[in-house]
Design a protein around this ligand. Structure first.
Ligand code: NAG
Ligand code: NAG
Ligand code: NAG
Length: 204
């Protein structure tokens, strides 16, 4: 009898230990789920903040160009050029939202002499996309001393040019958050006077 009673008590003890062990395991499991969910949620928020809500500077550049009415004089003492440039420009928007920009001016330079400028019409580049458009600009060496250009062209048959412009605009994230963002173009290129083509185009 005594033995039997002891055995019962022992069995009850074992059962209760097993039960509390079970409860502990359940609590741990529950805690693990909550922790995993918190980590998951934090990761989502971080990705959202770092990727989706991050405002990136759009890239504005010259992509290519063709030339009409090409007129170049290579006299060493009095060189000149006049041509109409049909340039394809692009605004690359890597944001998770639209970039809307105001109209602006693009300027072309030979050394520090301005050789042309034209209007860049306002527009918008959609969510993660590149907006391409064309502008035409008359390039003229009227401001460039003839001997400076003549000296350049006596060394090689191309004219180094740079283009500069700044776009001001707004990035809209999640359709409601707007942030001002401006972007500057800074490209260098060579106008090959024998092929009448643009080459070595590089933008920063
Ligand atoms: C230089 O050439 C232009 C035409 O390209 C001409 O009008 C001008 O008179 C010339 N100047 C000189 C100093 O030769
Ligand atoms: C954003 O740009 C607009 C004009 O483009 C200006 O009126 C406004 O003050 C700017 N906002 C900030 C926060 O700089
Ligand atoms: C300019 O164009 C001509 C004709 O296409 C080519 O032969 C020459 O190599 C070009 N110049 C340079 C500097 O690439």
């Amino acid at each position: 009898m005594a033995y039997n009673g002891g055995q019962k008590a022992y069995d009850a003890e074992v059962a209760s230990v097993a039960q509390s062990e079970e409860r502990r395991k359940k609590r741990m499991k529950c805690f693990a789920y909550v922790a995993a969910f918190a980590v998951f949620q934090t990761a989502i928020i971080l990705v959202f903040a770092l990727v989706v809500m991050k405002v990136r500077t759009p890239k504005f550049r010259v992509r290519s160009a063709t030339f009409d009415n090409f007129d170049v004089s290579t006299l060493v003492t009095n060189a000149s050029f006049n041509t109409r440039m049909n340039a394809e420009l692009s605004v690359k928007n890597a944001n998770f939202g639209r970039y809307k920009y105001q109209s602006s001016i693009i300027e072309f330079f030979y050394q520090d002499y301005k050789v042309g400028e034209t209007v860049v019409p306002g527009g918008k580049a959609n969510f993660k996309s590149t907006k391409k458009f064309a502008v035409s600009v008359d390039l003229s060496s009227a401001n460039v001393p003839g001997d400076v250009l003549g000296n350049e062209l006596s060394q090689h048959a191309w004219i180094p040019l740079t283009s500069r412009a700044t776009l001001k605009g707004k990035v809209t994230l999640m359709l409601i958050f707007k942030k001002n963002k401006s972007t500057s173009m800074d490209c260098t290129m060579n106008l090959n006077i024998s092929s009448k083509q643009l080459q070595d185009l590089r933008c920063r």
